[in-house]
Write a protein that binds this ligand. Sequence first.
Ligand SMILES: [Zn+2]
Length: 313
Amino acid sequence: MTGRPTETSDYTAGFRLYVKVDMEGVSGVVSPDQLHPGSPEYADARGLLMHDLGAVLDGAFDGGCTEAVIYDAHGEGRNVDPGLLDRRAVVISGRPPPSADFICGLDASFGAMFLVGFHARAGMADALLPHTCDGIEAISINGTTVGEIGLEAALAGTFGVPLALVSGDSGCVAEARALLGDDLETVEVKRAISTTSAVCLSTARTGLLLHEAAARAVRGAPALAPVVFQAPARFEVVFSTAQAADAMERRPSVERTGPSSVCTSGPDVVAAYRDFVLAHQECRATEDETSSDFIDRRLIDGIIGGCEQHEPD
Ligand SMILES: [Zn+2]
């Protein structure tokens, strides 16, 4: 899982940070009941997400970051409140971007990736709200079992972008450190007691920890090695049901590898993952959604370029 990146970061004028935000791992969240818009508790949980994200961004900008692109990864992608964001940040919100937005604006221009509010993979012991995507039991890349943390690290690593910070519960942090080692900045905002209970730190405390870790992570990012899997990359998925694998098997890019598992492969993880996502999307294409490929980088650059202008005097 080690090796040289296939591309190197091309940012020159500043430090661009890519932040993927989930919600299960933010301060104080312990139950799925807090995570659905419409639930009476959702507004509070959204406030907790904005607390953690705000602390991370403040720390990152203190550490030398000059602009941040946030991808709202939870649910329908409408959790991050732009009204509470630093002016140097933009957020990619909503669905669409459809599920083919799997790279989500990420490319080689970023100095680091952060994962905020994340969770351990399906089946991890001593973890709060562990799961891997939706309807998936397990993912492996070149035989290494990964959850969403490992998957994101591998996608970013394909672009030469290192994963520099992960925040979440104790199970999430343990998984991240096992995969990426001690150079990774991690913030444990709560200690799992069971899958739906935890000892939660105060937001006063987690805000401080997240702020400090984010500043250190930006400063340390240039020395971090991206996660790079050797070519060719094999992306294997075990679904929760055999029916899901049955449907996927009919796609030409997909190999059936077991009763409920399939595999795609490609020259790198992004290519293998793209084939998986596109096939999976076709299988679910009863909804007639416009399919699109990677988010055009110019969409983000065109809007983020103006974030420093029109400063108040
Ligand atoms: Zn989530």
